[in-house]
Design a protein around this ligand. Structure first.
Ligand SMILES: [Zn+2]
Length: 350
């Protein structure tokens, strides 16, 4: 367990600050490194103090107009949903999967194997607190049935990921709440790095990385948030996106070995996280759930969910994905992970 090291280092900047009558100032920059994959994130207390430079408010008039005008032409709204793509009948009888308000079907333009979509709600727009455990759980249950069909029909469908892009700053082409799923024969780059990291750690240390991480984080308590069933929720030490919260399954890396109840435990946690994000003033988010088909030999991989906030919707919003993320694969931390975990706990009832 000593193999997990929470490393950070410091850099600094000296300036004469025009906002303080050109008084000399030294800014301290803290850089955090992910213990498994090595990616870095940067925190500068000055950012938290001047947060509005980095995070604009939600433009409520714009959101209200888009929510009002969208349903007239939205293909995911109940009046038009019969027109979405369908799976062949021998895959999914009837072509789509319906669970409560959720409807799952193939994506019209695939970006990966078995690329599928699940509409989350009949409503064209949801506030974050309206992503209830039931709605999230139903959408995941519908995608799970698509994944089961893929598993039956395609022996190469091994690398499964589920995703959410909510609102245009998060990359969503439609406002209507929807999730996506890819199941490829080979893992995409981050999925592959994660799997390689887990495999190397198991070979080196003899125990799965995320099992050790949960144990360590739970014992120290600073970044540990709560458990929902066998899912453990943490604030990421070195995030890949703003306000990243992660959930790790206690043992399994194959989502299809978990029953629907375990997905609903995960949905409770995602719903709680989104209520927390709303409380922080956010409306746009991404998440990714990484899984893979159980291999013949143990590889130390455990299902992992990463959730991040994105910039708030406004006509002149500033994109939060710039050279730091695109060119240096380094995230800007708006809060320390320990602050984030402390803020999230009440939303999990802990
Ligand atoms: Zn709609």
């Amino acid at each position: 367990m000593a193999a997990i090291a929470f490393e950070h280092f410091e850099d600094s900047l000296e300036l004469l600050n025009p906002l303080k009558d050109f008084a000399p100032e030294r800014q301290r920059i803290e850089v955090y490194r992910d213990p498994l994959l090595g990616h870095t994130s940067v925190y500068n207390p000055a950012i938290e103090q001047g947060l509005k430079v980095f995070l604009n408010d939600v433009d409520r008039d714009l959101v209200a107009r888009l929510a009002h005008e969208g349903p007239a032409h939205c293909v995911f709204c109940p009046d038009r949903v019969a027109g979405v793509a369908r799976f062949p009948d021998d895959w999914i009888p009837g072509g789509t999967v319906r669970v409560g308000e959720a409807v799952a079907f193939p994506n019209l333009i695939a970006m990966g194997g078995h690329h599928s979509v699940a509409i989350v709600s009949e409503a064209h727009f949801l506030e974050l607190h309206e992503f209830s455990p039931e709605r999230i759980g139903n959408a995941w249950a519908a995608l799970r049935r698509v994944a089961q069909a893929a598993q039956r029909h395609d022996p190469n469908a091994a690398w499964l990921s589920m995703h959410g892009n909510y609102l245009f700053p998060a990359g969503a082409s439609l406002m209507h709440p929807h999730f996506q799923m890819l199941i490829g024969s080979e893992p995409y780059s981050h999925h592959a790095r994660l799997a390689r990291g887990c495999r190397d750690y198991l070979a080196r240390e003899g125990t799965p990385y995320h099992r050790d991480l949960i144990e360590l984080e739970r014992a120290s308590g600073d970044r540990y948030i709560a458990a929902t069933g066998r899912w453990h929720w943490l604030a990421a030490f070195s995030p890949l996106g703003s306000n990243e919260i992660v959930a790790v399954h206690e043992t399994d890396g194959d989502l299809l070995r978990l029953d629907e109840g375990e997905l609903r435990d995960l949905a409770r946690g995602l719903s709680a996280t989104l209520r927390f994000y709303e409380d922080l003033g956010h409306l746009s988010f991404n998440y990714t759930l990484y899984a893979r088909r159980e291999p013949a030999r143990p590889d130390g991989f455990q299902c992992l969910l990463r959730i991040i906030t994105r910039q708030n919707p406004a006509p002149d919003y500033r994109c939060d994905d710039f050279y730091l993320q695109k060119g240096l694969q380094t995230e800007l931390m708006l809060h320390r992970p320990e602050t984030l975990a402390a803020g999230a706990r009440p939303f999990f009832g802990s």
